[in-house]
Design a protein around this ligand. Structure first.
Ligand code: THG
Length: 285
């Protein structure tokens, strides 16, 4: 099993690995679905970015996803500015999240730690543009299980895409330990088999490739009432299936504690140190 090491500019490391405690990547620096957040970014106001960075680290995030993508936002300048501000505000490694390679590059240029680049797909235009950046800036990268034909419905087909991502990265000089695979969660409101497909894909990717696994897991409950209980049930299943660095909301009530409890039950928490530390650190929850 492979270990992915990312670190902040001060050198604070976060290690992602199967059998190890789950790494929480905070998702809240993201204007998606948040009008006020997007409006501030359009004006060049990064106050909410800074606020969300502090709030999430205090809530137990191990790393932070930074995404400033929204209509009318100058993403090339704003992503670099946000990455710089967040890394001066909190001591946690960053996951740099943009669909625009130019924005990823500008942000990687200012970042002095080892980042996780979010993301590359198995589409040729993405592989050929993003992998050289990951190599040049000595980053790690999230590979999405999708290609020119979209996202396959079969776990075996998604595994083939993950294999291709690892092979292409290795050809580019990026070791498999620096590839984190996103098996992609879709909502169960439109297809009730979709969560099972994601779970089965994660098992295959872990057992066949040994690489680390992320997921934007809250996608699973879109369009349904009482989303938090669906997210929590899915998390417990997903952690057993191989998810080890979810992109999630660390401030969601109960979710971080559920992850610590599940890690303990899955033998990922030696002497229950992480679970007990969590209860001591957050006695109110
Ligand atoms: N995989 C990878 N990266 C990703 C995703 C993924 N990055 C983006 C996204 N998916 C994960 N991040 C978010 C961020 C916000 C929300 C969901 C996923 C979200 N926001 C609320 C909304 O839209 O209603 C608003 C939050 C609030 O105000 O509290 O749901 O899958 N690799």
């Amino acid at each position: 099993m492979l270990k992915t090491v990312i670190f902040s500019p001060s050198g604070k490391e976060v290690i992602i690995g199967h059998g190890m405690p789950t790494v929480i990547i905070g998702e809240r620096i993201n204007p998606t679905g948040r009008k006020a957040f997007a409006e501030k970014l359009i004006k060049g106001d990064l106050s909410l970015v800074q606020e969300e960075a502090l709030k999430q680290v205090r809530a137990g995030a191990d790393a932070l996803d930074v995404n400033v993508g929204a209509a009318q936002v100058d993403e090339i300048n704003m992503l670099a500015a946000a990455v710089d501000l967040v890394s001066r505000t909190v001591d946690a490694p960053l996951c740099i999240d943009s669909s625009k390679p130019e924005a990823l590059e500008a942000a990687l240029r200012v970042y002095r730690g080892k980042a996780l680049v979010n993301s590359v797909t198995a589409e040729e235009h993405s592989l050929s543009r993003v992998l050289p950046l990951v190599k040049e800036y000595r980053a790690a990268v999230i590979g999405l299980c999708m290609d020119e034909d979209g996202i396959p419905g079969e776990p075996g087909e998604r595994l083939k895409i993950a294999q291709k991502l690892v092979e292409r990265a290795e050809k580019e000089g990026i070791p498999a330990e620096d590839i984190v695979i996103d098996c992609l969660a879709m909502t169960v409101s439109s297809d009730q088999q979709s969560a099972l497909t994601t779970l089965e894909t994660m098992r295959l990717v872990r057992d066949e490739l040994g690489v680390n696994i992320t997921l934007g897991a809250s996608n699973v409950s879109f369009g349904l009432p009482d989303r938090k209980i669906i997210n929590m049930a899915f998390f417990a299943l997903a952690l057993q299936a191989g998810l080890n660095c979810p992109i999630m909301d660390p401030t969601a009530p109960g979710l971080r504690r559920l992850i610590k409890a599940t890690d303990l039950l899955l033998g990922r928490d030696q002497w229950a140190m992480s679970y007990i530390g969590d209860v001591r650190g957050y006695p109110e929850e």
